[in-house]
Design a protein around this ligand. Structure first.
Ligand code: HPA
Length: 277
């Protein structure tokens, strides 16, 4: 865990490493692309890329399908910085290490963060290949990226998580999905550490808590973003039914196959959303 002074100076050094790539034009929207969803970054033009490994103090992605670089440029007429691949807790990253690139994006100008991932569907009315907008989340990772920071390290220590997923952005996303003919549900997302998939008993319990979808990312990033006051939107590709829903027994193979098929829908939807906010 970095102490407060170390965190701030690390963010400054990391921001300096992005300076050339930013070409003096601050990106206002940050996008995090999850498992199998990285191809959306190919839509960015002209694109300047910076591998995570070239950014001081940043961990690199080790997960399959996560390229591990920033892609900076224009998407849907907006200036964006994209993480093609993310950092997960199950890779051995601390909550603060997972949050670091979110705070870095804020430091270089990002005010709106859009997170995407592949998730399992708990709600039996959902189907693989459809999308789910996050209305709220349940943090079941047992961790919080702000824990251990001081009273005022980047912002005040205590902050609200009501409407963490911005109501206006959700409305825009639902309208864009309707216009694009893409099925976008709206539900409660539950994030946990992984890497084991859930047991049927866990999924049954999460369902009773009101969770509609589940995966191994996002919640720590969203807490980090709300801490520094960014607006947040989250969209999951439903890659599979969660374990025990019907006779589902998900695998990473299934996640990637469905993500690859849904990629074109996600590209259209995201390009439109980014152009509308
Ligand atoms: N569980 C956890 N993580 C996931 C799933 C799932 O069913 N699908 C994609 N990521």
């Amino acid at each position: 865990m970095m102490d407060e002074r170390e965190l701030i100076s690390s963010l400054d050094e990391a921001a300096a490493a992005l300076e050339v790539a930013l070409e003096g034009k601050a990106p206002t929207i940050g996008l995090i692309l999850g498992s199998g969803l990285g191809p959306l970054a190919e839509e960015i033009s002209p694109a300047v890329t910076v591998p995570f490994a070239e950014v001081p103090h940043m961990k690199t992605s080790t997960a399959t399908g996560h390229v591990g670089r920033f892609v900076i440029g224009s998407l849907g007429g907006a200036r964006v910085i994209t993480m093609q691949g993310r950092l997960h807790g199950y890779e051995g990253n601390s909550a603060q290490e997972v949050a670091f690139p979110v705070w870095l994006m804020e430091r270089v100008g990002v005010r709106t963060l859009i997170v995407t991932n592949a998730a399992g569907a708990i709600n039996p009315s959902y189907q693989p290949g459809e999308f789910c907008l996050m209305r709220d989340h349940i943090n079941f990772t047992g961790r919080n990226p702000v824990a251990g920071l001081g009273n005022e390290t980047l912002a005040p220590r205590f902050f609200s998580m009501k409407d963490a997923y911005d109501p206006h952005l959700r409305k825009v996303a639902l309208e864009c999905a309707r216009d694009e003919g893409v099925t976008l549900h709206e539900g409660v997302y539950l994030g946990l550490l992984g890497p084991s998939f859930e047991t049927p008993a866990e999924i049954e319990a999460f369902s009773r808590w009101g969770a509609d979808s589940v995966a191994m990312s996002v919640v720590e990033e969203v807490i980090a973003a709300r801490y520094v006051g960014m607006r947040v939107m989250g969209i999951s590709l439903l890659s599979n039914m969660a374990c025990g829903v019907g006779d589902a027994d998900p695998s990473d193979q299934e996640v990637f196959e469905v993500a690859a098929r849904a990629e074109a829908d996600l590209c259209r939807l995201m390009t439109r959303i980014v152009g509308c906010i």
